[in-house]
Design a protein around this ligand. Structure first.
Ligand code: SF4
Ligand code: SF4
Ligand code: FES
Length: 573
């Protein structure tokens, strides 16, 4: 029901039951927030969103207070501004003076608030012992001194991922966000999805930045530095450069990476096509032999870590295929190196991913061959943007180029793996072809194209009624896995840790909102609609890779390039 409320002397419409903040935002009136996350139950913890409501003695937190008919609200009165200013001044009282060197310089909500509220000096000073940075983890760095205790990370981790890596704790008389027993992140249960980074308003949580490593690699004489980027990057990088969200800029990315100085630029979607083909073969084998079903996908390293920690009993069901990142790295190190007479020790592989967990994956023992990693350096979309700025490249004014031969072609099925449901759709396309010898009548599987976090379909392929489930977010995955003993109708389960999939990965641009994520998804589906090669098994370069190399490898050699195994992981819970 629509009601009238008065805001800053003007009548606006609001929905009965919605919060004041929601009504203000729908009417284009902005008030600042810190602890609030869209779609989550408000906690009212930070009070920065306060407004003045006529008849109420105290200021009211707009994020948690519902509208009432004919409420009279002032959003920016002197009293309100003063209260907000005091809150920020108190937060700054013990905040480090690190802005110039901070990972979030220029993209920090606290910095922005200080600027908006015209704070020009440190009004209060509360000198405290510095807290140690936690550098233990390959993916995420925790800088507790920069934490403003908004609690967003705790809620995202608990409610989206069901993990509860962090909680509020009081240590040495000081409130902090802590892991279990305040132990380093690398021995915690964190699955490194990076969703907490996406909501942290300051630089308290950020990825391990590998830009310096790349700079060093590019400066070593006689090293052959090969870069490749995952399917999602081409539709998410544009936002970092104020271009239209979702714009597909793969040609521009190829050109920019060459200008930076990489010796070869490959498109990892090529390896994604290999991944789809191999996973389909594995699925057919398991269906024919009725073993280790349902098959779980293996392209999300945060999901893999979750399974190792929480559900070791299903590890035999997880696909043996390495993720596309690792397949691309091992193809470069094992095949490209030999074909081009470049000693493997002289090759440095750099992978660009929408994901913080990919950094961890690239350093896993299982992803090495005689001590040599498939992928030497993994960076996020955000780090790619930093690298492009560091090299002074004007993305708006460079000509598009194609990626390097022979790993430059890709199917749009490979691109679909960026979205929750897309890996299953891509596998089903190839599965139908491998089993029936024909393409699916309609390659687009609409039931898998919605933003639900759990989707299920059945599709008749050959004699089998193939049961597929698709899940994004670990809290939903955990609940679903517990129901599996009662399910004998499922053959394939696609799992991704981030809601909506890699398009919303923890390494993507921080500023993105729901509209931007939708634009990325739309862009991927548009690519699929327009693309000529829509299935992995029709990628001509992939067909050539099989006939020239993969089909001629021994089982042992194939194992090195394409497959891996996982085992139970003990962590502090
Ligand atoms: S990276 Fe993911 S699992 Fe780890 S603390 Fe953050 S939200 Fe939780
Ligand atoms: S680490 Fe970041 S998101 Fe978590 S409580 Fe601190 S400031 Fe908030
Ligand atoms: S944003 Fe409303 S209380 Fe924090």
């Amino acid at each position: 029901m629509i009601i009238d409320i008065e805001v800053n002397n003007k009548t606006i419409k609001a929905k009965r039951g919605e919060t004041i903040l929601s009504a203000l935002n729908s009417n284009g009136i902005k008030v600042p927030t810190l602890c609030h996350i869209d779609g989550f139950v408000p906690t009212g913890a930070c009070r920065i969103c306060v407004v003045e409501v006529e008849g109420k003695p105290n200021l009211i937190p707009s994020c948690s207070y519902p509208v009432e008919e004919w409420m009279k609200i002032k959003t920016h009165s002197q009293r309100v501004i003063k209260a907000r200013k005091t809150i920020v001044e108190l937060l700054l009282a013990n905040h480090p003076n690190d802005c110039l060197y901070c990972e979030r310089n220029g993209n920090c909500e606290l910095q922005k608030l200080a600027e908006e509220l015209n704070i020009r000096e440190r009004k209060y000073s509360n000198e405290r012992e510095k807290l140690k940075i936690d550098p233990s983890c390959s993916s995420i760095i925790k800088e507790s001194d920069k934490c403003i205790l908004c609690g967003r990370c705790i809620r995202v981790c608990e409610e989206i991922q069901g993990i509860t890596t962090y909680d509020f704790a009081k240590i040495n008389n000081r409130h902090i966000i802590s892991t279990s027993f305040n132990k380093p992140l690398n021995i915690s249960n964190c699955i490194l999805c990076g969703q907490c980074i996406m909501v942290c308003p300051t630089g308290a949580l950020h990825e391990r930045n590998n830009i310096d490593k790349i700079q060093q690699a590019l400066n070593v004489i006689n090293k052959h530095v090969v870069v490749f980027y995952s399917p999602t990057i081409s539709v998410s990088l544009a936002e970092e450069f104020n271009m239209k969200p979702g714009k597909n800029i793969s040609g521009i990315i190829n050109a920019a990476l060459r200008k930076i100085g990489f010796n070869k630029v490959f498109d990892s979607t090529f390896a994604t096509d290999v991944y789809i083909i191999e996973q389909t073969k594995e699925l057919i084998y398991r269906i024919e032999n009725n073993i280790n079903l349902p098959l779980f996908t293996s392209n999300c390293p945060a999901w893999i870590k979750y399974a190792e920690e929480y559900f070791p009993e299903i590890l035999t069901n997880i696909s043996k295929c390495k993720s596309p990142q690792q397949i691309m790295g091992s193809i470069v190190k094992e095949i490209y190196s030999e074909e081009n007479n470049i000693p493997v020790n002289d090759i440095i592989t750099v992978s660009i991913e929408p994901c913080t967990a990919k950094k961890f994956e690239s350093q896993r023992e299982e992803m090495t061959n005689n001590g040599i990693s498939d992928v030497d350096i993994a960076i996020t979309t955000r780090e790619l943007a930093q690298l492009i700025r560091l090299h002074g490249i004007d993305l708006q004014n460079i000509e598009e180029e194609i990626a390097d031969f022979p790993y430059h072609t890709r199917s749009s099925a490979g691109k679909l793996t960026s979205i929750s449901g897309g890996t299953a759709e891509a596998i089903l396309r190839t599965l139908n072809y491998k089993i029936t010898g024909k393409e699916l009548e309609d390659l687009k599987i609409s039931e898998l194209r919605n933003n639900k976090s759990v989707k299920e379909i059945k599709i008749k392929i050959g004699k089998t009624n193939v049961g597929i489930a698709v899940i994004s977010s670990m809290s939903k995955a955990g609940d679903f896995i517990k129901t599996l003993p009662k399910r004998k109708d499922l053959h394939l389960i696609e799992i991704m840790a981030c809601p909506c999939g890699c398009v919303n990965g923890g390494g993507q641009p921080i500023k993105a909102d729901t509209k931007d994520i939708k634009s990325r998804i739309k862009s991927i589906y548009d690519i699929d609609r327009k693309e000529l090669i829509k299935v992995a098994h029709k990628n001509p370069q992939v067909i050539e890779l099989y006939s020239k190399h993969l089909d001629n490898l021994s089982e042992e050699e194939k194992q090195k390039v394409l497959f891996t195994n996982y085992s139970k992981r003990d962590v502090l819970l």
